[in-house]
Design a protein around this ligand. Structure first.
Ligand SMILES: Cc1cc2nc3c(=O)[nH]c(=O)nc-3n(C[C@H](O)[C@H](O)[C@H](O)COP(=O)(O)O)c2cc1C
Length: 381
């Protein structure tokens, strides 16, 4: 038991894990008049070696540190401070010392002493430094990746742009020859001309999709939004796919809500791409006898467009990659149709650029449903 509170205080300070130091402000150059055991453990200096000295012996040659300026100012002004200082132990090894220093005042308010509380925070500071270095490196790498991506998009944009015109000329020229405009064409030659046209057309589709992706990725997708009644819009969009569906023996249906028009604000050309892609995809992967049901509804504040087919379905493990560029599924087109592997990427980006979402559910052997939600036009739209 402690009978004297001064004894208790001393025992408590000696038991502390933090270094505790007291400097005499009444003497020149603030000599230490007390250091506890933890100070000795942290610095390697015994009390008799340091009492009567200013604590600056811990600096070695590191006399210019931002933390020290804070300490100097606090001493000059007689205020408290907190600083993390580069200090050196008796054996010369460096460590980071977190110092809390405060003035001790007598009854008249005069500063008679300063008390310092020290803590070795080397591990923490080094971890922070490592983290900062890592973050900087990551940031640099991200910046580099952004630059590379930008270059890739520019390059892609330029390359595909320059490919478009020659390809269109090939399609046009092959058509001109096939029509016999430049001389008679026999059956074999017609067949070859068809291959040329088909190949050039599928390249043209790829080039156009690539151009779209590069435009979207470089953030240059400029939506020309206007008020659109989705019922009208879908009627027109779906109508264009009826002949292809009929050709393949697929029933294509459109279910529209009755009553109020479903008004949204969309870029008709871009949004048309989304609907065309989803409906033509559904037709592409369905066998004769299947159904493709396009429907429009309203849920909360969104228009909901669903394109549901009774086709082969997409295996679960392939769903996640569906909206990634060049994702290929194990299901194949049933009528020899081609795909660029970019259609769904474009769909997703266009829908998201409209503030909407696209999702898919599928069951192998049952069919697939793509659902697009779009915000309804507000009163101001
Ligand atoms: C009570 C007290 C404890 C101090 N403890 C430390 C310390 O642990 N580490 C340190 O670098 N400086 C410490 N200092 C600061 C230095 O002793 C010194 O006062 C400061 O660096 C200003 O002097 P300078 O201008 O010669 O650098 C302490 C100062 C006081 C008053």
């Amino acid at each position: 038991m402690f009978t004297d509170s001064a004894d208790l205080l001393m025992a408590a300070i000696e038991s502390s894990n933090n270094g505790v130091t007291i400097a005499d402000a009444g003497q020149a150059d603030l000599p230490l008049i007390y250091v506890n055991t933890a100070f000795t453990r942290i610095t390697g200096y015994d009390a008799p070696e340091v009492l009567g000295r200013n604590c600056r012996f811990l600096h070695a040659d590191k006399r210019q540190q931002p933390g020290l300026d804070v300490v100097r100012q606090a001493i000059a002004e007689g205020t408290s401070c907190h600083a993390v200082l580069r200090n050196f132990r008796k054996d010369g090894t460096p460590f980071w010392n977190e110092l809390y220093m405060s003035p001790v005042r007598d009854a008249s308010g005069a500063v008679t002493h300063f008390i310092g509380v020290q803590n070795d925070v080397t591990r923490r500071v080094e971890a922070e430094e490592r983290e900062r270095a890592l973050r900087e490196k990551l940031e640099q790498q991200n910046e580099r990746l952004r630059e590379l991506n930008e270059t890739k998009n520019q390059f892609l944009g330029m390359a595909v742009h320059d490919l478009r015109n020659p390809l269109a000329s090939i399609v046009l020229s092959a058509g001109t020859i096939a029509r016999g405009t430049v001389g008679e064409v026999n059956e074999d030659q017609q067949e070859v001309l068809e291959w040329i046209t088909d190949s050039a057309n599928s390249m043209l589709r790829l080039v156009n999709d690539l151009l779209d992706v590069s435009t979207i990725e470089s953030g240059k997708l400029d939506l020309q939004k206007e008020p659109v009644d989705l019922s009208d819009f879908l009627q027109h969009a779906v109508a264009l796919h009826r002949s292809r569906a009929a050709e393949k023996g697929i029933e294509l249906d459109l279910a529209l809500p009755e009553g109020e028009p479903v008004e949204t604000s969309v870029d008709p050309q871009r949004f048309r791409q989304v609907v065309d892609n989803l409906v033509s995809n559904a037709i592409k992967f369905c066998e004769a006898g299947a159904r493709v049901d396009v429907s429009l509804g309203v849920e909360n504040d969104s228009a909901v467009i669903a394109v549901a087919d009774t086709g082969p379905g997409i295996p679960e493990q392939e769903i996640e990659g569906l909206f990634q560029p060049f994702a290929r599924t194990s299901t194949t087109p049933t009528g020899g149709e081609q795909s660029t592997g970019l259609g769904l990427v474009i769909c997703r980006k266009v829908v998201e650029a409209h503030g909407g979402e696209i999702s898919v559910t599928s069951q192998v052997g049952q069919g697939t449903t793509f659902t697009v939600t779009l915000p309804l036009a507000g009163p101001a739209a």
